[in-house]
Design a protein. Structure first.
Length: 115
């Protein structure tokens, strides 16, 4: 299964700090609602109401997940009147979410179908 080309590989050997932070990031992505929120934000900025509609979770749960993502430095916020607008912090995260979903697509389509 192809994840990325060799030129996209990490340029140096990662140390303990990089492994620890990467594991923390992957743990945050391991939640279905947070992954859905990040995927929605990959399409552009959105407020809590829009994100609640897109992910189908209860508004309080969406707000809690967004707070965790903000505290982890994965999303940015800005105020627009009384609304808080969320956005992805950078393109690396967008590509990571896309790759995770591509792996899922491959796993689903490569799996033999059973009756």
């Amino acid at each position: 299964m192809h994840l990325s080309s060799a030129h996209d590989a990490h340029p140096r050997s990662p140390g303990e700090e990089q492994f620890a932070l990467a594991a923390e990031l992957l743990a945050l992505l391991g939640d279905r609602t947070r992954l859905t929120l990040l995927h929605a934000l990959a399409g552009g900025e959105a407020d809590v109401t829009t994100l609640t509609d897109r992910c189908g979770a209860a508004r309080p749960a969406v707000s809690q997940h967004l707070a965790r993502l903000r505290l982890a430095g994965l999303v940015n916020t800005r105020k627009e009147g009384r609304r808080v607008i969320y956005s992805l912090r950078d393109g690396h995260l967008r590509r990571l979410v896309d790759e995770a979903l591509n792996v899922a697509d491959h796993r689903l389509t490569d799996r033999p179908l059973h009756d």
